[in-house]
Design a binder for this molecule. Structure first.
Ligand code: ATP
Length: 487
């Protein structure tokens, strides 16, 4: 739809935009990113003809852009410029109506039903219809921004150029506006080029991103190609870490501050555990980076409190997570700061042990019920009753783990648990074969993220060796304790 070839342009003798080439397809949403002054707005202005191109060419639907009359171009291309603080005395409706000028033959004399429908639809889409008779200078910055998006939208041009459309908008209006724009791309085949400061929003909504540096294209491609830690750091000179969005296959960034809150060194060991009638409790002085399959706060996060709650073997609740959540609240724990697991095994049967390492240490806590032991390789053979009895394993590490090490720690621990069941000759009662676990085992790995770095935790690494040995020993002892208490 739009072809930009070796485009240069700007304000002074020296062009701001230098030798920029890219193409945008119909229905595509392209995000332009870059630090302050990198030339994003200037590029949009040169494309839209507000500033002249010094060299290069812009082709729209196969025709050179300079062959379009001003009005023809406005029917093809709507522009939302970067807004600055102005006093606007027009009403909202008047302002949005200005977007219809390319469709007029005589100024307002030919106002048609189509014009009216476009203006009302644009005001509805941007949620400004309720202000239609209000003067623009009586609206907040975000409300004014939405009115100008409505104006561009009322123009109904197949190509929309936006300069920071979410500037001034609260998060609800950011998503509402971008959802609306994106919908137009998907349903009506509208093409969007938009400047963004917010890298995460750009990644979420755009099909491709163009990252500018000093007026030139530094990176161009799908978000996963452009949003990489090192590339973003190099261009923006800010430390970032990328991570996946929870719902969309789009990378997101988190800023990494250079100023750390002063935090005294802390250490977690067996002395931080308490064994109560109803639960095993670990309380850390500072949050631990945690990965777990717990009932409350499963997944990854940072938590200070860890509970392994004992419920009766007859425990049966429709919504286990909700019940656990309210249990935490009624027992004085803060659910947002607590990882909660459940077991039918008495807290008195927990096995907790410290394992020193050269520069760090780990503490392992296991409760092990094996009444429902299962051979995972044969679990497909028959349906089983909802189980009670489970093996809950916690591995608390004084050390700084990579993401890889967290996952390897879970693998190593699982293998060590299975070996413990083998050692104890625990059988799957349904198949009579050696059990590998129970159907509801839970695992938690938590680390202080201080001190010694552990990039790996496989069986032959320093950390993996201690996890393997520790989980094996603690699981064996925990099984024996449970078996002797029920014998
Ligand atoms: N009206 C102007 N006259 C002269 N130079 C200008 C003008 N507007 C911008 N510039 C210069 O052009 C360069 C690029 O500015 P531009 O506004 O395109 O950057 P940007 O990437 O959009 O920045 P920001 O993120 O701050 O909006 C800057 O060095 C700026 O000083």
């Amino acid at each position: 739809m739009l072809h930009i070839h070796q485009l240069s342009g700007g304000y002074l003798e020296v062009p701001v935009v230098k030798d920029v080439s890219f193409e945008v397809q119909k229905g595509e949403m392209l995000g332009i990113l870059g630090p302050n002054g990198s030339g994003k707005s200037t590029l949009l202005k040169v494309i839209s003809g507000i500033l002249p191109a010094r060299t290069g060419s812009i082709t729209l639907n196969g025709a050179a852009i300079e062959t379009f009359s001003t009005k023809e171009l406005a029917r093809q291309m709507a522009v939302l410029p970067q807004l600055h603080a102005h006093a606007f005395t027009h009403s909202v409706r008047e302002t949005v109506s200005l977007g219809r000028y390319p469709h007029q033959t005589g100024w307002f004399s030919s106002w048609s039903a189509e014009d009216e429908a476009a203006v009302v639809e644009a005001m509805k889409l941007t949620d400004v219809l309720k202000y239609e008779h209000t003067s623009l200078d009586q609206l907040s910055g975000g409300e004014q921004q939405r009115v100008f998006v409505a104006q561009a939208s009322a123009q109904q041009a197949p190509l929309l150029l936006l300069d920071e459309p979410t500037n001034h908008l609260d998060i609800a209006h950011q998503t509402q506006l971008l959802d609306t724009i994106k919908k137009q791309c998907i349903e009506k085949g509208m093409t969007i080029i938009s400047v963004f400061h917010d890298i995460n929003l750009a990644s979420l909504y755009c099909d491709r991103l163009l990252l500018m540096e000093n007026g030139s294209i530094k990176h161009l491609g799908e978000p996963h190609v452009v949003i990489k830690d090192q590339q973003i750091e190099n261009v923006y000179k800010a430390r970032v870490s990328t991570h996946p969005h929870p719902e969309q296959p789009k990378p997101q960034i988190t800023l990494m501050p250079n100023v750390q809150k002063l935090q005294t060194d802390f250490w977690v060991n067996k002395s931080n555990f308490r064994i109560e009638d109803e639960y095993v409790l670990l309380q850390s002085a500072h949050p631990l980076k945690t990965v777990s399959s717990a009932v409350v706060n499963a997944g990854s996060g940072w938590y200070r409190t860890f509970i392994n709650r004992c419920v009766p073997p007859t425990y049966d609740h429709e919504n286990i997570a909700a019940d656990m959540f309210s249990y935490l609240q009624t027992h004085g724990f803060i659910p947002t700061d607590t990882v909660g697991m459940m077991t039918a095994i008495s807290p008195s049967n927990v096995e907790i042990a410290d394992y020193p390492m050269e520069f760090g240490s780990i503490t392992i806590a296991v409760t092990a019920g094996v009444g429902n032991a299962i051979d995972v390789s044969k679990s497909f053979e028959q349906d089983r009753q909802a189980p009670v009895g489970t093996i809950n394993t916690w591995i608390i590490i004084n050390g700084n783990l990579s993401e890889e090490a967290f996952i390897q720690a879970m693998i190593t621990a699982t293998e060590a648990k299975t070996k413990a069941l083998y050692e104890q000759q625990i059988l799957d009662p349904f198949t009579g074969t050696l059990a590998t676990g129970t159907p509801t085992d839970s695992l938690l790995v938590a680390a202080t993220q201080q001190g010694q770095s552990y990039p790996y935790a496989g069986p032959v690494t320093e950390l993996g060796k201690v996890i393997g040995r520790g989980v094996f020993e603690c699981t064996v002892k925990a099984i024996q304790k449970t078996q002797s208490s029920t014998a």
